[in-house]
Design a protein around this ligand. Structure first.
Ligand code: PDD
Length: 289
């Protein structure tokens, strides 16, 4: 399938979209990225993704020179051009091409890449059956709150999970569970949702939506660290991300969470999340299958 993408001012075929070998994104992972879902042709929470990228850009002192409206316009153009409605958008901005040297180049020409790609949503049945996870040390680094592309430790952790037949690697820093390799992680205990506080973890957009949903439904949302043992002894567990949405975790390493089935609170949150998408995008597509 020939996909039209956006690269630094040009709309071109994905096949012709190249960045230079001296791009600092390639050399140093000196770049940021965002991934957001598009339902029914409507981007979901794109404004929050762009705001997080602006925050990350301040953290790493990157001025990429595009406004939220610029990105919204590019995404709309790509959706129309590629005739997509069930999709996700991937945005990456880097400090651009410069002779390889650690300090920032004096003159910077950021690379800005935007791509929308078709997405096949997980079926309602597959989601509600739940998935498994493994525990893994969090080997990322001290800027986990900026969505930088320095993802190698996360890639290795996720790969290990998949090789062991699990869906996600849930990361540990010391004795605390922090987040997933590409998701935020939660446990449910006595009707309350627990998750790691926003300290050197990725401030997930889905996490922020979930927090609002919990508040509206009078479900306590507790931002407090928990251990792997507490996770294994929880009533329920799940992970969240923009593309994966809410995925129940029914087993961690070799231990089942409670009875090993998706729990009632997780089901309720999945339903409320679908309703929230419907409010903003008109339709929550997996439900229609
Ligand atoms: N990953 N934690 C990490 C380390 C992540 O990479 C992600 C998202 C999340 C969830 O954030 P959000 O709800 O904003 O998607 C948490 C994206 C989807 C990815 O790398 O593809």
């Amino acid at each position: 399938m020939d996909l039209t993408v956006y690269l630094s001012g040009e709309y071109l075929s994905l096949e012709d979209a190249y960045v230079h070998v001296e791009d600092r994104g390639f050399n140093f992972a000196d770049s940021l990225y965002e991934v957001a879902r598009i339902y029914n042709g409507v981007p979901f929470t794109l404004d929050r993704h762009i705001a997080r990228m602006e925050q990350g850009a301040r953290t790493i002192h990157l001025d990429y020179g595009y406004s939220p409206d610029d990105f919204a316009g590019i995404v709309d153009n790509l959706l129309a051009e590629n005739d997509l409605s069930e999709a996700f958008v991937y945005i990456q901005v880097s400090r651009g091409r410069a002779p390889r040297a650690h300090p920032f180049p004096e003159e910077s020409h950021p690379t800005v890449f935007v791509m929308v790609k078709p997405h096949e949503p997980m079926s309602w049945e597959e989601r509600l059956a739940g998935k498994t996870a493994i525990l893994h040390p969090d080997q990322r680094y001290e800027f986990c709150d900026a969505k930088t592309t320095a993802l190698l430790p996360n890639v290795l952790a996720c790969q290990k999970a998949r090789q062991e037949g699990a869906f996600e690697a849930i990361l540990m820093r010391g004795r605390w569970v922090t987040e997933g390799s590409n998701t935020n992680a939660y446990l449910v205990r006595d009707g309350a949702v627990f998750t790691y506080p926003l300290v050197n973890i990725l401030p997930g957009i889905t996490r922020s939506v979930l927090k609002e949903i919990c508040s509206e439904a009078n479900i306590p949302f507790v931002q407090k660290p928990f251990t792997s043992q507490q996770l294994k002894e929880a009533d329920e567990s799940f992970v969240t991300g923009s593309v994966s949405e809410i995925i129940p975790i029914v087993q961690v390493d070799s231990e089942k969470i409670a009875d090993g089935e998706t729990g009632p609170l997780t089901r309720q949150l999945i339903q409320l999340y679908a309703e929230r998408v419907e409010e903003e995008c008109g339709l929550y597509t997996p439900q229609q299958r």
